[in-house]
Write a new protein. Sequence first.
Length: 304
Amino acid sequence: MSVKDIQDKIIKLKKEKDICILAHCYQSPDILEVADFVGDSFALAVNATKVKNKTVIMCGVRFMAETVKILSPEKTVILSNPTAGCPMAEQMDRELITQIKEQYPDYTVVAYVNTTSELKTVCDVCVTSSSALKICSKLDSDKILFVPDQNLGTYIAQQMPEKDFKLLPGCCPTHAKMSKNDVIKAKEAHPDALFLVHPECRPEVVELADYVGSTTGIMDYAKKSNAKEFIIGTENSIVQHLQLECEDKRFYPLSKDFICSNMKATTLVDVLDCCTGIGGEIIELDEEIRLGAKRCIDKMIELG
């Protein structure tokens, strides 16, 4: 079968079986082309609440599928590839953060959305990379325990010197392995290019950027900018997506190694298998866990 044949089967099956397909921006183009919604993780979960489809397939990683289930408990939520996890989300658990909270009882615990549903139950509010600054600024507390990404936490803390941020050693391994030297090499190779970076990168990388933002923020900036060349400081799939959408511009990866193996785990055949009912994993959450995690997300929505 060709890619087109598989895509046609998926489109036919999703209509017949009342399926909505969500695809994170880091997925490959062949998957994005059959998706009903493409975007950042939380935006996808919100979109899922607005559709009438009874079944939702998440082409992304486990915490993203969990977020969909938290917000849409009545739907059947399927993770397209059960092996697709998120190392950052799995670096900290509920037990660890409960112990840390006992040491710092007067700190508000802010959880990046890239966390497990269990961890969210012991946190006070969720944030996305695009909403973190706004929400942290709205918190009454001037003491913030930010988990799990110390790089995003550092970026936010630098812009809010009036608040005391406590960070733990956690990060996205894919973003964190990029170095200042990678930036220097990329800028030497492409001196006229603007450098757009995700705040999950190390501070030494972020401080060299012309723009810092979420994945969709980076894409929107590049599309609207009058500049013609860009170095992209996030997962390399975004370089390809932008090049396909902006033929008159040029996009370069910060490094050839800027690849998330978990995001690359999902294939078009995985999506087909989910539609036929022989693949994927149905996400189940204990109701107490779901409601505890939802409280954390609801607070985020309330604040911004």
